[in-house]
Design a protein around this ligand. Structure first.
Ligand SMILES: Cc1cc2nc3c(=O)[nH]c(=O)nc-3n(C[C@H](O)[C@H](O)[C@H](O)COP(=O)(O)O)c2cc1C
Length: 169
């Protein structure tokens, strides 16, 4: 069985709640872990990594990830699948919507990982986001500030997609 870890950084708890729901939906022993204090070994250990962050300041990675990003870049992710998700506020921060997720995506690629789980931007209203690559979000986007009612369904649909891309279904 593949070991799957959902690493998250969360200031007010939204990303943490999403991480736990994603881990539960993935099943197969997947676990959610607060990224605080994670070193390169912690990131190198799982077979599959799911990385989640909220965005703070204007387009900044959540604080706990700021300390862990270099460790992620230095992890051994060659041959591993990685998926990313981000929490943001499209009404309040439509010019930097879920930007922090892009930093996780870039770090995962720098560490040799293969990123899966890209999503369409349909259903969100924003003007700019660094998390859009080739017209798609690089991962799952959740907006608990404005669209909390859609979070559960978005997680369920994404986990179904991930299981297919990871060969779990
Ligand atoms: C001061 C402040 C700055 C924020 N900056 C951004 C931002 O640049 N882009 C964005 O999409 N969301 C931004 N947000 C929204 C948060 O990312 C959002 O509320 C998120 O759900 C928080 O998740 P957490 O509780 O897991 O940290 C900001 C929120 C606050 C209060």
């Amino acid at each position: 069985m593949k070991k799957i870890t959902v690493f998250y950084g969360s200031t007010t708890g939204n990303t943490g709640s999403a991480a736990k729901a994603i881990a539960a939906a993935l099943g197969d022993g997947a676990e959610a872990r607060d990224v605080s204090g994670a070193d390169a070994n912690a990131f190198s250990e799982p077979d599959v990594l799911v990385l989640g962050t909220s965005t703070w300041g204007v387009g900044d990675l959540q604080d706990d990830w700021v300390g862990a990003l270099d460790a992620l870049k230095g992890a051994r992710l060659a041959g591993k699948k990685v998926a990313v998700f981000g929490l943001g506020d499209q009404n309040g921060f439509g010019d930097s919507f879920v930007d922090g997720m892009r930093d996780l995506y870039d770090a995962a690629i720098a560490a040799g990982g293969t990123v899966v789980g890209a999503c369409a931007t349909d259903g969100y209203e924003f003007s700019e986001s660094r998390a859009v690559v080739d017209g798609q979000f690089v991962g799952l986007v959740l907006d608990d500030d404005n669209q909390a009612g859609q979070t559960d369904a978005r997680i369920a649909a994404w986990v179904t997609q991930l299981k297919q891309e990871l060969g779990m279904s």
